[in-house]
Design a protein around this ligand. Structure first.
Ligand code: HEM
Length: 406
């Protein structure tokens, strides 16, 4: 076998230079074994067809309990194993969500949230998203230079998701802090602390909503959970946690990376100005070209799987390299070109299969509204620094900028 089993560190240098590194790996072969910065070996698939196939392969599991036992068995010391309460995963109390489960549990949970997360609810949000976007852009006017992430890309999605769920806006800054701590690769104690604070807040919030129901997603989820007991309290808290975390940093960095692509491709920016009808296609191309996630989340093999001529044994962690797949020349001709008029259909930025992003319609709507607002308010927006001075976040999941001065 031509297995590329050399340990390649998946470190912050990789994150800083994601597309070039992934292009090298893709050319070298369809599957590579990387060492994540937590020391975990992970197999990464770099080609579009393999990544897409893996996301619907039932031999790849997302069962968090099983993943936890696997990590304990393979990587923990004897005393860590004994400390872990008979080998059950005891996270911060919000890990029992659908992205950590396989069918049929996944199917049950996803069905419940789909009932509450309706197209009607998202469409009803449109005027509010427009209003929030407009407020933020208006506040930017008059400033010679701002960090576009701080001034716009961060506050928009967090305000929208708080609005959707029915969360008090005064806690927005806490949410930004908590999700940052949870997603960036920093010390474990800081993220455990953030997780505890967030779980505590969510528990209080649910109690308050039970006393004062409102016309929001949280109340709808509580109603669904109380109806025939179909959602336990832990599952409910986990669901809200997932919606907050999955719906926040991703959208921030879709907008951030997307605006960077426009500013570094002035011909594309000009084409969009000349024809704002191209906005929807531009958002798809932004997702393909420089989406906010590097890979899909972990899966593990329950049986050996073959990729190219490499056999990945059972019990190994696998990542679909979304950022690599979306620039695979077999699928997207001239993949390094950012072209808002190309057919980006089929990109994997939102994943594929049963875990396909639940929030995709909302994320698309937010990014489209953001771009239209930007064209109207700042048709001449420019980068305030050379692109080489920009640095990326040190996260092994999120692909985003540290700052975007404009
Ligand atoms: C799942 C990407 C925004 C909620 C996923 C997955 C991807 C993804 C790749 C699948 C992960 C996997 O299979 O391992 C994105 C991107 C977004 C975005 C690129 C923005 C640009 C949102 C928003 C929400 C959301 C706004 C909710 C408000 C979810 C949920 C899941 C999910 C609940 C899990 C679905 C399941 O397990 O069935 N997302 N997401 N996402 N996303 Fe998103």
């Amino acid at each position: 076998m031509t297995a590329h089993t050399d340990a390649i560190p998946f470190d912050s240098a990789f994150a800083q230079d994601l597309h070039a590194r992934y292009a090298q790996l893709r050319e070298a072969g369809p599957v590579h074994r990387l060492i994540s910065d937590s020391g975990l070996p992970v197999w990464v698939l770099t080609r579009y067809s393999d990544a897409r196939a893996m996301l619907t392969d039932p031999r790849l599991s997302k069962d968090a309990q099983a993943i936890f036992r696997l990590i304990l068995d393979r990587f923990a010391s004897e005393s860590e194993r004994q400390d872990s309460e008979d080998g059950r995963f005891a996270g911060a109390g919000f890990d029992m969500h659908m992205l950590n489960m396989d069918p049929p549990d996944h199917t049950r949970l996803r069905k419940l949230v789909v009932q509450a997360f309706t197209a009607r609810r998202i469409e009803a949000l449109r005027p509010r998203i427009e209003q929030i976007s407009d407020e933020l852009l208006t506040a930017m006017a008059g400033e010679a230079e701002v960090d576009f992430l701080d001034a716009f890309a961060f506050p928009l999605p967090i305000r929208v998701i708080c609005e959707l769920l029915g969360i008090d806006e005064s806690r927005r800054d806490d949410f930004r802090h908590w999700t940052n701590q949870l997603l960036d690769d920093i010390d474990g104690e800081a993220s455990a602390q953030a997780a505890r604070e967030m779980a505590q807040y969510l528990t209080e919030l649910l109690a308050a909503k039970r006393q004062h129901p409102a016309d929001d997603l949280l109340t709808a989820l509580i109603e669904v959970s109380e109806d025939e007991d179909r959602l336990s309290e832990t599952e409910l808290i986990s669901m809200v946690f997932l919606l907050l975390v999955a719906g926040h940093e991703t959208t921030v960095n879709l907008i951030g990376n997307g605006v960077l692509a426009l500013l570094t491709h002035p011909d594309q920016f000009a084409a969009l100005r000349a024809n704002p009808e191209l906005v929807d296609g531009a958002v798809e191309e932004m997702l393909r070209f420089d989406g906010p996630l590097m890979h899909a989340t972990f899966r593990f093999t329950t049986e050996p799987i073959t990729v190219g001529d490499t056999v990945i044994p059972a019990g190994e962690f696998v990542w679909a390299g979304l950022a690599a797949a979306n620039r695979d020349p077999e699928k997207f001709p001239e993949p390094e070109a950012f072209d808002i008029t190309r057919d980006s259909h089929g990109h994997l930025a939102f994943g594929h299969g049963v875990h396909f992003c639940l929030g995709a319609p909302l994320a698309r709507r937010e990014a489209q509204i953001a771009l239209r607002g930007l064209l109207a308010h700042f048709p001449d927006l420019q980068l305030a620094t050379a692109p080489e001075n920009l640095s990326r976040r040190n996260s092994s999941l999120i692909h985003g900028l540290q700052a975007l001065p404009v």
